[in-house]
Design a binder for this molecule. Structure first.
Ligand code: SF4
Ligand code: FES
Length: 237
C-alpha cells in the first residue's frame, strides 16, 4: 500500500474524507457515468468504479496499491497514445487533469504505439477553439451541454476505436450551433479540447494549477480548510 493507502468505510464519490481517488470522467456536478475506469478501487476484494459504486455499511475499500495504480497507469498510457497529447505545445499543460494524473501515477513513457489521429481543428467559433485530437471521451461536455445548457451541442459518434466527439450541427462546425462561452460546456473539459481563444499562455507555465500543487495534494488542502491553487481549468477535481 502506498502513501495515501486506506482501508475504511465506503466512499460514494471520487474524493472523500481527504482521500484522493484518481478520476477523469467524474465531476461532482454531474451524474457519474463510470466510463474512464481511472477510479477503480477494490471494494470487499472486487474491482469496482468508485464513482458509480454505492457505499454500503462495512464495505472495505482499497484505493492505493501497486496493483490498482499499475492498472490506472496502463489506462492513462492508452489514453495518451490514442490522442495527440503533445504537452509541451498544449496551452492546457499544467491545468490538465490527464497530465496531472500521469505525474501523480508516475507514468514515465507512453509504452504503447501512438495512434496519431488526424482530426481537423474547429476554429469556426469566435470565442472557442476545438482540438478533437486531445479528446478522452469523458463526455463531460456532452453532459453539461445536454443537462445544464439544454443545447445538446456535443455528442459521441462511431464505435470502438473509431468513437469520437462531434458537434451537433449539419455542418459539424461549432459556429453553427447555439454554443456560447457562457455555457457550462465551455468550462468542463479536463484536457485541451475546448479552449477559450486568446487566453492560451496568459497564465505562465510554472504558475498553473497543477504546477503549484500536485493533484492529490489539492484534495488534502481543501480538507484542512486551505484553498487549492487556482488555474484556468474549471474542471472539478
Ligand atoms: S471534449 Fe473534453 S469534455 Fe468533451 S468528451 Fe472530450 S475530453 Fe471530455
Ligand atoms: S471517474 Fe469513475 S469511471 Fe471515470
Amino acid at each position: 500500500m502506498g502513501r495515501r493507502s486506506w482501508k475504511r468505510q465506503p466512499s460514494p464519490g471520487a474524493t472523500v474524507a481527504g482521500i484522493f481517488i484518481p478520476h477523469l470522467c467524474h465531476h461532482p456536478e454531474f451524474k457519474p457515468q463510470g466510463s474512464c475506469k481511472l477510479c477503480t478501487v477494490k471494494a470487499n476484494g472486487r474491482y469496482v468504479s468508485a464513482c458509480t459504486m454505492p457505499a454500503k455499511d462495512g464495505m472495505e475499500v482499497e484505493n492505493n496499491s501497486p496493483d490498482l495504480n499499475d492498472k490506472r497507469r496502463t489506462l492513462l498510457q492508452m489514453l495518451f497514445v490514442e490522442g495527440n497529447h503533445f504537452c509541451p505545445s498544449c496551452e492546457k499543460s499544467g491545468n490538465c487533469l490527464l497530465q496531472a494524473l500521469a505525474y501523480e501515477l508516475e507514468m514515465l513513457t507512453p509504452h504503447f504505439t501512438q495512434f496519431y489521429p488526424d482530426r481537423p481543428v474547429d476554429a469556426s467559433h469566435p470565442e472557442v477553439l476545438l482540438d478533437f485530437n486531445r479528446c478522452i471521451l469523458c463526455e463531460l461536455c456532452v453532459r453539461a451541454s445536454r443537462d445544464v445548457d439544454r443545447k445538446n451541442v456535443f455528442a459521441l459518434s462511431g464505435r470502438g476505436i473509431g468513437k469520437h466527439l462531434i458537434v451537433n450541427a449539419e455542418s459539424g462546425r461549432l459556429a453553427d450551433t447555439g454554443f456560447s462561452l457562457a455555457d457550462k460546456a465551455a468550462h468542463v473539459c479536463p484536457v485541451g479540447v475546448i479552449l477559450e481563444k486568446r487566453q492560451g499562455f496568459l497564465q505562465p507555465i510554472g504558475c498553473r494549477r497543477y504546477d503549484l500543487q500536485p493533484i492529490g495534494m489539492q484534495v488534502g488542502l481543501m480538507q484542512v480548510g486551505r484553498p487549492p491553487a487556482t488555474g484556468s481549468s474549471e474542471q472539478g477535481s
